[in-house]
Design a protein around this ligand. Sequence first.
Ligand code: PRP
Ligand code: URA
Length: 206
Amino acid sequence: MLHIIDHPLIAHELTALRCPSCGTGQFRHHVRRIASLMVPSVTQDFATQALSCQTPLEQTEGRHLSRDVILVPILRAGLGFVDGFLDMLPNASIAHVGIARNERTLLPEPYYLKHPPHVAEAEVLILDPMLATGGSAVEAVRCLVDAGATSLRFVCLVAAPEGISALTAAYPQVRIFTASLDRQINAQGYILPGLGDAGDRLFGTA
Ligand code: PRP
Ligand code: URA
């Protein structure tokens, strides 16, 4: 299931981010703001429970989230999303999954996984700015399903149709949220029009 989060503020930030003259500091800033702006759409149908609460004037009924939230950035570039999500979900736990895309074969190479013990009971949000071939996303979902995750969403900035197809074919139950559906990937595995190498731009390693 694909959700394209079409919002004027996100489109504005994303356009600034795509520009090659957007430097590392500004790039981080835009990614963080887009991440925060995506949170209401990504969490819109999270279950809540009624909760009795006291105001200064009287007793009333409020609501709180039924399930904990676990954010899972795919290292490295997914780290760029974490602060924006934490701004809106300050109590979320954070798991890490390390997956490097082999630059020659474009195949994902997993190298690290650390998650909190309650992954099966939580809402799990996998974060990565780029969904290109989909190899890294499929591998990340596989790691988390093996770890017991039952409710998984994948959140990215820019997705290619190839990546959407690969992730949907492998895990149709995983909802995909993106700020943009771009045209295609090129022979080197980069998304067109895209924004270049998200990890290098976030960490200044180009
Ligand atoms: C990039 C990106 C995704 C992956 C997407 O990471 O952040 O994880 O490529 O490509 P795919 O859909 O074809 O798998 P990369 O492996 O370059 O590592 P980095 O985050 O360290 O830059
Ligand atoms: N990874 C990136 O960082 N950018 C792309 O365009 C594709 C994969």
